[in-house]
Design a protein around this ligand. Structure first.
Ligand code: CDP
Length: 806
């Protein structure tokens, strides 16, 4: 064979399989500006839609007059709720079991809510005409503060479900109440808190933020009225789910709907849900018979599609005097905005928030979550995290610091003292999860050694003395965070989306000349799937990763899958890829036995070929086997070399990590400078170390953004503040700190190749590390907590209150 003279190492290198720092295949087009995003797609006869949006957070719509807009040359149509209502499309179902107005009918419930959809020959005409649509509003008092949503006598926001006492997740106590979700042992946790030698309680708020991908949301609907076929291009993290929902909503048979998600410029949860823009583009295309494109602008993206977080978490911990935690309680007030459009598996209205016992062996715990409506945009998406795990990690990692302060114990020592121990895995947490594998003490100790933790604490003590003496104006903070993620949703027994079980899939076809095409049900938004899935397959089937094409995002060709979010690609579709590879190899082995005229059992696998045991010169390479699959098969065997695998994982995977942040704070300006950030991640088997590092860099940068500057805030009238990049902090290379990365490897025992997800870990672990660092700088002065984001203005206020600066 052609590779006969290559050494084993050379063959491994040619294979480019699992563990190789292979360069990202997709970057060839991305760095040359040759990606194909939704806005690059131009169809013949295409027209453009733009929204008329509400200037008010809460108002009654008295009338809508579109005459002036319709008179503008180039305007094709103006859609309002009155047009959608006869089609029963003025409301659409949300992922959380609620309904959301596609176009507001009687009331608007948040600023920038969609009121009318103007369709015109070009985008500019549509925007200009949208300004001419006259909407007569009667202003109503808004509810902006979630803590006041359920006050007695608070105005009912959702008149469409007024008086409904049963919601999708159980009883509603108030017109503005969505659900109460409870888990754990309430009595036990109450008792632990009552009996605790030391107890702490703190309100920890994780502010409303937005994923703000560089590419905003977009769709193009193209209805072929002759064939009765709808093609929908869009920024979809889960294309198949969009197809199923589009079919259920429109009544168009599912085989006549083709959903295509081309290249996506970042998703981070923003592109999971279904938005009014998608529905309006579909309806408009059906009405007009031409393709209709809708693309959000930046302000629309930040203010109307998919907020994240907005959790007010009251955490309580009980511990012994020497720091062993004996119980946890947490109540969350969850601000879901005007419609409950949270993107979670159906049975989990608070996502996986019950991972909030974190990395600690907490014997008893109880969590309750109340979701409420306010006059804010809907969403509740997992911004680079797995369904509320970042909120959970932030709460517990803040509470650990609060407890350490009360115990006068070092925060790292408190964590070490309470870790779930390696021998306890698989570990059943008090709130119902089974952690698959972990070695927390090793990771923590490796981190502490790498950064010289003891040395940093000594330096901090000296620095504090200097500030006290007046010799320095810089406070030093050290932020420790240790997190456990929960990714890879999920086992279908407890995870589904609108009734569709959360499995995933991979299909592969090996061509006669020994290259292959594989298709998956996930959808990369920048995570390098084209590179890394090929690596998994290469290792399994012995075909170089360079010779395996990867496709996702076209529902006409890809097998059904639930998409990419919650770091589920590697744990679920990555597992399907490994398993489909094994199916190929099993058939290849039969063909090899035929070619070499031996029994199957006489063969052994080596990198890219089968060898006859004891006769190493007798071998059949995968290239030879692929050719034989099309012309020289054992008697009765089906030709070809293809397989498909649908994988329903037995459990989720639990990546973890130890992070440390060193911050220097100027007491006169409140400016924080991140001197050092160290991140150790354990994601089990590492497929591509370079891609992992890139994922960690990106996630840390977003964590930095969230902790230090991001907030979608509202004034008392419900006007959204921070809906442009003038106000909303998107870190650039100028602000972003330098990252130090490290790892340990604890494989997942149930994943076919032992891999866990990684994409979201740095967000989950990063946010508490930054926040703990800033607050730690003030902890010796008695400060227990400071709200995020830690902007210079906020931090300066803290300095001022403490009398550190005038
Ligand atoms: O679902 P999503 O792609 O966002 O997240 P992921 O499964 O964490 O994977 C993100 C990227 O990191 C993919 O390209 C993975 O192949 C890669 N990765 C890896 O190389 N090794 C791991 N153990 C986990 C992820």
């Amino acid at each position: 064979s052609d590779a006969a003279t290559m050494t084993l190492e050379e063959r491994e290198a040619t294979l480019g399989g699992v563990g190789t720092a292979r360069k990202r295949k997709e970057d060839v087009r991305f760095i040359q500006g040759a990606g194909n995003y939704v806005d690059d797609v131009k169809l013949p006869g295409m027209v453009f839609g733009d929204f008329v949006r509400s200037p008010y957070a809460h108002a009654r719509i008295k009338s809508i007059n579109a005459e002036a807009a319709l008179a503008v040359p180039g305007v094709k149509a103006v859609l309002t709720a009155a047009d959608l209502k006869p089609l029963n499309l003025h409301y659409m179902p949300t992922l959380a079991g609620d309904v959301q107005a596609v176009l507001a009918e009687e009331k608007v419930l948040f600023q920038n809510q969609e009121v009318a959809f103007v369709i015109a020959e070009d985008r500019y005409i549509a925007s200009d005409a949208a300004e001419l649509v006259e909407v007569d509003y009667e202003e109503l008092p808004p509810i902006v503060d979630a803590f006041k949503a359920m006050d007695e006598g608070a105005i009912c926001l959702r008149e469409d479900i007024q008086g409904k006492t049963e919601g999708a997740h159980g009883a509603r106590r108030h017109d503005n109440h969505i659900f109460t979700w409870e888990i754990g042992d309430k009595e036990g946790a109450d008792k632990a808190l009552a009996d605790g030698e030391v107890t702490v309680k703190e309100l920890v708020t994780y502010q409303r933020v937005h994923p703000s991908p560089l590419e905003t949301c977009a769709s193009i609907a193209s209805m072929d009225k002759i064939k009765g076929e709808l093609t929908l291009y869009g920024t979809f993290q889960a294309p198949h789910v969009v197809r199923t929902v589009a079919s259920l909503l429109s009544g168009i048979p599912e085989h006549k709907i083709r959903v295509i998600a081309p290249d996506i410029g970042g998703g981070f949860g923003n592109k999971v849900g279904v938005y009014p823009g998608y529905v309006c583009s579909i309806v408009a295309s059906i009405v007009l018979g031409v393709p209709v494109k809708w693309v959000e602008d930046r302000i629309e993206n930040l203010s109307s599609t998919a907020f994240a977080r907005d959790y007010h978490m009251t955490g309580e911990l009980a511990a012994t005097k020497d720091g062993k935690i004996t119980g946890l309680k947490c109540h969350v007030l969850a601000d879901h905005g005007a419609f409950d459009a949270c993107a979670d598996p159906t049975k989990w209205p608070a996502g996986f928030f019950n991972i909030c016992t974190g990395s600690y062996d907490i014997p008893v715990a109880h969590v309750s979550v109340d979701g409420v409506y306010t006059n804010k945009a809907p969403g509740g998406v997992a911004y680079r995290c797995s369904f509320r795990v970042t909120e959970a990690a932030y709460m517990i990692e803040r509470m650990m610091d609060v407890l350490a302060q009360k115990l006068e114990m070092d925060p790292a020592e408190l964590r070490l003292k309470n870790f779930v121990q390696p021998a306890q895995f698989p570990y059943n947490s008090a709130l119902g999860w089974e952690y698959d594998s972990g070695d927390y003490p090793t990771a923590m100790n490796q981190m502490m050694q790498a950064v010289d933790y003891a040395g940093l604490r000594r330096e901090q003590a000296e620095q504090r003395e200097k500030v006290a003496r007046g010799d320095s104006r810089t406070l030093m903070g050290i932020g420790v965070s240790f997190f456990t993620e929960i990714v890879g949703a999920g086992p279908s027994r407890n995870c589904d989306i609108l009734g569709v079980a959360m499995f995933d899939s991979c299909e592969i076809r090996v061509h006669p000349t020994g290259s292959a095409i594989a298709r998956l049900g996930t959808k990369s938004q920048g995570q390098a799937h084209e590179t890394t899935y090929a690596q998994i397959l290469a290792t399994e089937i012995g075909i170089p990763s360079e010779d395996i094409g990867i496709e996702e995002g076209d529902t006409d060709t890809a097998p059904y899958g639930l998409g990419t979010y919650g770091s589920r690609s590697t744990p679920v579709a990555g597992a399907a890829a490994a398993r489909v590879g094994r199916k190929i190899r099993a058939k290849a082995q039969k063909i090899a036995a035929h070619l070499l005229e031996v029994a199957e059992g006489d063969l052994e696998w080596e990198i890219d070929r089968f060898k006859v045991k004891g006769l190493p010169e007798k071998e059949a390479t995968m290239k030879e086997i692929a050719w034989a699959a099309y012309n020289n098969l054992p008697e009765g065997m089906e030709p070809g070399l293809e397989a498909v695998d649908y994988y329903d994982p037995p459990n989720m995977t639990y990546p973890f990590g130890a992070y440390l942040c060193v911050a220097d704070i100027d007491v006169d300006t409140g400016e924080t400078s991140i001197r050092r950030f160290y991140a150790l991640d354990d994601c089990g088997t590492r497929i591509n170390p370079m891609v992992i590092e890139g994922q960690v860099h990106g996630g840390l940068t977003e964590a930095f953004g969230i902790a230090m500057g991001q907030e979608i805030a509202y004034d008392e009238l419900g006007n959204v503040q921070g809906a442009s990049l003038m106000d909303y902090f998107l870190p650039t290379a100028v602000e972003t700190p330098v990252w130090e990365t490290d790892f340990t490897v604890t494989p997942s025992p149930h994943h076919p190749i032992g891999a866990k997800g990684v994409g979201e870990s740095p967000n989950v672990g990063g946010v508490p590390a930054f926040s703990n660092a800033v607050i730690d700088a003030f902890s010796h002065l008695g400060v227990k907590h400071m709200p995020m984001p830690h902007t210079a203005w906020r931090v300066w206020q803290q300095c001022h209150e403490l009398g550190l600066t005038k």
